[in-house]
Design a protein around this ligand. Structure first.
Ligand SMILES: CC(C)(COP(=O)(O)OP(=O)(O)OC[C@H]1O[C@@H](n2cnc3c(N)ncnc32)[C@H](O)[C@@H]1OP(=O)(O)O)[C@@H](O)C(=O)NCCC(=O)NCCS
Length: 185
C-alpha cells in the first residue's frame, strides 16, 4: 500500500473505515457545490467510497485520503482518476488530478502540498506523460491550485464554462533532434 508523506500531511489509500470521516468532508456545502453540485447521503457516500477503494485496487493508483499529521484527522482527498477529456470532435483519454479539502483547512496551502506530492509520485513512479485538471470557470480556488502547481491553464475551447489545466512530465522530455542525431553517429 502506497503512502506519501509531506511536511504536514500523510496521503494514503482509503479504507471502508474512513466512511464517517470522508462524509464529514464531502457533506460540507462549500465542498460539494461544484462537484457534484448537490449533497450526498451517507449511503451514497458509502457507495462512492466503495468505488474509490475498488478503483484503487484495480489500477494501483487513485484517490488518497489527505491526513493531517498534526491531528491524525482526514481533512480531504487528493488523487488521480481516468478522465475522457471531451473536446467536441476530439476526445482524449487523460489522467486527472482532483482534490477537496474541508473548509477549515482552506487558505494554508494544504492541497497544493498534497497535489505536488501526488504529481511527483505520478511522474516518477507511475511515469505518466502528463496530468490534467478541470474546474468550472468560477471555481477560482481550484484554478488557483492549478496555477500554484505550475499547470498551463486555459479555457476549454469547446466548453466555455470549463477551465483545463495541464502539466507535462519533465522526465519525459523529448530529446532535441540535434542531440538524438549526434547520439546515433
Ligand atoms: C479546491 C480547494 C481544495 C482549494 O483549497 P485552498 O485552500 O484554496 O488551496 P490550498 O490548500 O492550496 O491553499 C492555498 C491558499 O493558501 C495560501 N497559502 C498559505 N500557505 C501556503 C503554502 N505553504 N503553500 C501554498 N499556499 C499557501 C495561499 O496563498 C492560498 O491563499 P488564498 O486562499 O488567499 O488564495 C478548496 O477550495 C475546496 O476543497 N473546494 C471544494 C472542492 C472543489 O471544488 N474541488 C475542485 C473540483 S474541480
Amino acid at each position: 500500500m502506497i503512502t506519501i508523506e509531506t511536511e504536514r500531511l500523510l496521503l494514503r489509500p482509503f479504507t471502508a473505515d474512513d466512511l464517517h470521516a470522508i462524509y464529514a468532508v464531502l457533506s460540507r456545502r462549500a465542498v460539494w457545490q461544484y462537484d457534484p453540485g448537490k449533497p450526498r447521503s451517507l449511503d451514497e457516500t458509502r457507495t462512492l467510497l466503495d468505488r474509490w477503494i475498488a478503483d484503487y485496487e484495480h489500477l494501483g493508483f487513485g484517490r488518497f485520503a489527505v491526513v493531517s499529521k498534526e491531528t491524525g484527522a482526514i481533512i480531504g482527498y487528493c488523487g488521480l482518476q481516468w478522465l475522457l477529456l471531451d473536446h467536441g470532435v476530439y476526445k482524449s483519454p487523460e489522467v486527472e488530478i482532483f482534490y477537496a479539502l474541508t473548509p477549515e483547512y482552506w487558505g494554508q496551502g494544504f492541497i497544493t502540498e498534497a497535489a505536488q506530492s501526488v504529481i511527483q509520485f505520478a511522474f516518477s513512479e507511475i511515469k505518466l506523460k502528463r496530468i490534467v485538471s478541470t474546474a468550472l470557470g468560477d471555481n477560482t480556488r481550484s484554478i488557483g491550485v492549478m496555477r500554484r502547481l505550475g499547470m498551463r491553464v486555459a479555457r476549454d475551447p469547446f466548453e466555455q464554462d470549463w477551465i483545463v489545466g495541464i502539466i507535462e512530465n519533465p522526465l519525459v522530455a523529448t530529446p532535441a533532434p540535434a542531440l538524438a542525431i549526434a547520439g546515433i553517429h
